[in-house]
Design a protein around this ligand. Structure first.
Ligand code: ZN
Length: 321
């Protein structure tokens, strides 16, 4: 996601506030917004790995200007089929994996960079019983702000004992000012410098250029398209596995039935489309357990083929030891 579209979404939301307030009953003991949010935490196991989905929050996303390749009327119809409409409430999910004595964090949420949205990861992490100092490795799916924004808070490294793993192509792209002249929004560069920069200065970034086992049982799988260095991470334990997807999909109700549709955030539209079509076909064939950054929290499930597209099958909720 990009801050510009978020601001559009924020503008829509704010514009709606006076009307909503006027329609509220005069007597309301406590506005809903003032009530404490539920903890955004969901824990499960993959083999012997303990995985915790952590919500960074949600935001109202204006879908029609975002989706490319489908007429706006069809986007509306697809949303209506799911009893939804524009703007679509969209999750920002991160995942913590405790395995083999390491504490891995897949993406870090938006931190302080998305205005009123996102930034709940530290609270979710605390609710899950972890401290930022315990995180040994951060696995960045890519350098967009809603995934890397939480790396630094108040200009300081937020995870002091962590090494950041990231695709080299994303470092090359986002940290090169010259790409602004080629169309990269200046904020993308500035935010990358502010978030990844402190870790680079501290010598705490390990970049990869090809598929590789970067830690025991953890494989980085480059999936360029959405960004040049976009990557999945696959975690295996005792014959079970999960793949962390990052931004291979943004709008479930639209891109599941129409995986050929792209979003404006995809830096290379053709590559992003081809990547999704190839990965979805493979994941549906294997029934791979996956975790997706922007599907409804906790964003954990599998793909089933349906018509010319796919159906997202979330895992069944489980709340016991
Ligand atoms: Zn994203």
């Amino acid at each position: 996601m990009t801050p510009r579209t978020l601001l559009l979404a924020a503008g829509l939301l704010l514009a709606a506030v006076p009307a909503t307030r006027a329609a509220e009953p005069a007597k309301q003991a406590r506005p809903a917004a003032a009530q404490p949010a539920a903890a955004g935490v969901y824990r499960f196991t993959v083999g012997e790995a303990r995985v915790t989905a952590l919500s960074d929050g949600t935001l109202p996303l204006d879908i029609k200007p975002l989706v490319r390749g489908l007429p706006p009327g069809q986007v509306d119809a697809l949303l209506a089929e799911r009893f939804e409409r524009d703007p679509l409430e969209t999750s920002i999910n991160a995942y913590l994996v405790e395995a083999g004595g390491r504490v891995l964090l897949v993406d870090t949420g938006a931190g302080q960079l998305f205005g009123p949205y996102g930034g709940k990861l530290p609270a979710s992490l605390a609710a899950a019983g972890y401290r930022p100092e315990q995180v040994t490795d951060i696995l960045l799916t890519h350098v967009h702000t809603d995934h890397s924004g939480g790396l630094a808070l108040d200009g300081r490294i937020a995870f002091p004992n962590a090494t950041v793993h990231v695709g080299q192509a994303d470092l090359d792209f986002f940290l090169d000012r010259a790409n602004i002249a080629k169309g990269m929004p200046p904020r993308h560069h500035e935010e990358a410098v502010a978030t990844v920069g402190p870790y680079l200065k501290a010598g705490k970034v390990k970049a990869f250029t090809k598929r590789a086992e970067i830690l025991p049982g953890v494989t980085a799988i480059p999936t360029p398209g959405h960004t040049p260095g976009h990557a999945f991470y696959r975690v295996e334990s005792k014959g079970e596995s999960i793949e962390f997807w990052g931004d291979i999909i943004h709008v479930g109700p639209v891109q599941m039935p129409h995986p050929e549709a792209t979003v404006t955030y995809d830096i290379d539209q053709d590559a992003a489309r081809a990547q999704r079509l190839a990965r979805f076909a493979e994941e549906a064939d294997t029934g791979q357990l996956t975790a997706a950054a922007h599907l409804p929290f906790p964003g954990v499930g599998r793909l089933r083929r349906e018509g010319n597209g796919y159906r997202w099958v979330p895992v069944e909720y489980r709340n016991r030891e």
